[in-house]
Design a protein around this ligand. Structure first.
Ligand code: GRF
Length: 205
């Protein structure tokens, strides 16, 4: 399975996915890493692991024009699954339709709560006692696609935005590779809003 990863920044989820592939937890290869920011630290992580990585400048382009460039690069590499990992742009319907149920995202909250930016701060400000992370397929809305996996973390009295983000990230590093691996093994089936996970293989072990 050929994966394409889209980033805008730090790339710590990218690093977690690379490490899961190296330890044979995901039967896949990262064929391409794309960034909309030249300064994204994640690009350096990709270079370090000899993964083809390119910065594509969105300046002066409409969302749709930009996404045509991204899709062309991904298709050119034969990418079958696109993983958004801290990619800070909303992708166009054109992009979504180019990879139907083949784009995943990780969000640092338990969807459908706290969509969009600063999800950890939103959870704290709301006074939630639990938050977490969600891996979902990307549809044409913002953080609204069918949910694949979720993991909860408690919000404690002394938690700050930073401490909560750190706890959630630790779970993201496990959850995202797990979801990608399930997809690569052909064990995910989307039925309307529900993502069914085929446990037959797991049960045979
Ligand atoms: C993560 O918190 C992820 O949930 C969100 O963006 C952040 C990306 O971090 N979508 P990194 O670039 O993977 O370190």
């Amino acid at each position: 399975m050929k994966i394409g990863i889209l980033i805008s920044g730090r790339g710590s989820n990218l690093a977690a996915i690379i490490s899961a592939i190296k330890s044979d937890k995901i039967p896949a290869k990262i064929s391409l890493c794309l960034s909309d920011r030249a300064s994204a630290k994640g690009l350096e992580i990709a270079y370090l692991h000899k993964i083809p990585a390119i910065f594509i400048d969105p300046k002066g382009l409409s969302r749709e024009e930009y996404d045509h460039l991204l899709v062309a690069e991904l298709k050119n590499k034969g990418v079958e699954l696109v993983c958004l990992a801290g990619f800070m742009r909303i992708i166009s319907p054109y992009f979504v339709r180019s990879f139907p149920n083949r784009i995943m995202n990780i969000h640092p909250a338990l969807l459908p709560s706290f969509t969009g930016l600063s999800a950890q701060k939103q959870a704290l400000d709301y006074g939630a006692k639990v938050s977490g992370c969600t891996v979902h397929f990307v549809d044409e809305g913002c953080d609204t696609g069918p949910i694949i996996l979720q993991k909860a973390v408690p919000i404690l009295e002394n938690d700050t935005e930073e401490s909560l983000a750190k706890k959630i990230l630790a779970e993201e590093y496990k959850l995202y590779p797990e979801a990608i691996s399930l997809f690569c093994q052909g064990r995910l089936r989307v039925e309307g809003r529900r993502v069914r996970i085929d446990n037959t293989l797991a049960n045979q072990k």
